[in-house]
Design a protein around this ligand. Structure first.
Ligand SMILES: [Zn+2]
Length: 368
């Protein structure tokens, strides 16, 4: 077979092959150098890589077939190298880029002000939650988390809420529907406090325990300026031998000073919670007036901030079912809980709890 560009090869030694392929490569490079329009590039592609009459195809059919067996490998290597060169030339011709006019049309005026990107920041609730957690982490507490959908057992029963306790009432608790056939303790609800994690932690590890539990809780409350059906709590639990009420007072006094400043004073008032005995409400001296009396503290000089108490032996008895180490004769402990929203509202002077959830960037941007 003869062709003006692809002459028959008479000899297949290395030198002859080198010369023949070099001539083809030069020819391809010359052709590619003059390519201008898209039509030129397409013509080049057809001439060199076309399926039927492309030159590479002809080289393959004329030379490779005619070559003696011992020369086929050397020829094949050179053929592949040539094909790579032609492919590269075509790619370069196709990708030679837009014209100067097109580039000018897309030019950017770098003297214009840039697009402002908003910096991400912690939500004020997350920030407050982390601040509280850090105070207790520095005292050696670890952080515990648990499910928001809980059983009646973990939310109420093991926390020493007797059957029929008003907190169980659907007025206060959001329960999962359609569970009337289940025993009361297995029925699911949205946890009303993070206390279930106290029991889950005690069931999972023997004493001593020092744990702080941040998380979201749910109550069937109507939303108003200071209430939301979903809010956040941080609870704490400390269990060890010889834990006394003075440990509780000292810990919370330190925590309040760490959160609100070293001049803050605390005082404890008797209270009641099913899971602690004795129980106390903790007040801090008003951070707005320093205790002199103002509108925020209703002129009392004190603000009520959290609940606490010594863990009720009945709660330890539930824990001891799985971890015998929680023997109320041998160990004791205290627990406390505070509302994160309430603390954030005080720290940042926010009067509407709804501002935290409205997603208004003008409000949230203040905390960036
Ligand atoms: Zn005040």
């Amino acid at each position: 077979m003869m062709n003006d560009e692809i002459p028959d090869l008479d000899s297949f030694d290395d030198a002859s092959l080198d010369a023949a392929f070099a001539a083809l490569e030069t020819s391809a490079r010359d052709a590619a150098a003059g390519l201008g329009s898209e039509a030129d590039v397409e013509a080049f592609r057809l001439k060199w890589l076309g399926r039927k009459q492309g030159r590479l195809n002809e080289v393959s059919s004329c030379w490779l077939k005619a070559a003696p067996v011992e020369a086929k490998k050397a020829l094949g290597i050179r053929f592949n190298a040539l094909k790579a060169v032609v492919d590269g030339l075509l790619e370069a011709a196709l990708g030679s880029g837009p014209s100067n006019a097109a580039l000018a049309a897309e030019a950017i005026d770098i003297t214009l002000p840039g697009t402002q990107r908003l910096t991400g920041a912690e939500h004020p609730i997350t920030r407050t939650l982390n601040e509280i957690t850090r105070v207790f982490a520095a005292l050696g507490y670890s952080v515990g988390v648990g499910p928001e959908v809980e059983t009646d057992y973990y939310n109420f029963e093991c926390m020493n809420f007797p059957p029929g306790h008003p907190a169980r009432d659907t007025q206060d608790t959001l329960v999962v529907a359609g569970q009337e056939r289940k025993p009361l303790r297995d029925r699911l609800l949205l946890r009303t406090h993070t206390s279930p994690v106290q029991m889950r932690t005690m069931e999972a590890q023997p004493p001593p325990v020092r744990i702080v539990i941040p998380g979201k809780v749910h109550r069937n409350d109507a939303a108003d300026a200071t209430h939301s059906p979903i809010f956040h709590q941080v609870e704490g639990l400390c269990v060890d031998t010889n834990i006394t009420f003075s440990d509780l007072k000292g810990t919370l006094d330190h925590a309040m000073k760490a959160l609100f400043g070293s001049s803050v004073k605390t005082r404890f008032f008797p209270s009641f919670f099913p899971f602690t005995e004795p129980s106390a409400d903790v007040q801090i001296s008003c951070i707005f007036c320093g205790g002199k009396g103002c509108r925020k503290c209703k002129n009392s000089g004190w603000i009520e901030l959290l609940g606490c108490g010594m863990v009720d032996p009945a709660v330890f008895a539930f824990a001891a079912e799985k971890q015998p180490g929680y023997d109320p004769k041998k160990i004791s402990g205290f627990a406390f809980g505070m509302g994160v929203e309430r603390i954030a509202m005080m720290k940042y002077g926010i009067s509407e709890i709804g501002s935290f959830y409205a997603g208004d960037m003008r409000f949230l941007g203040q905390f960036a």
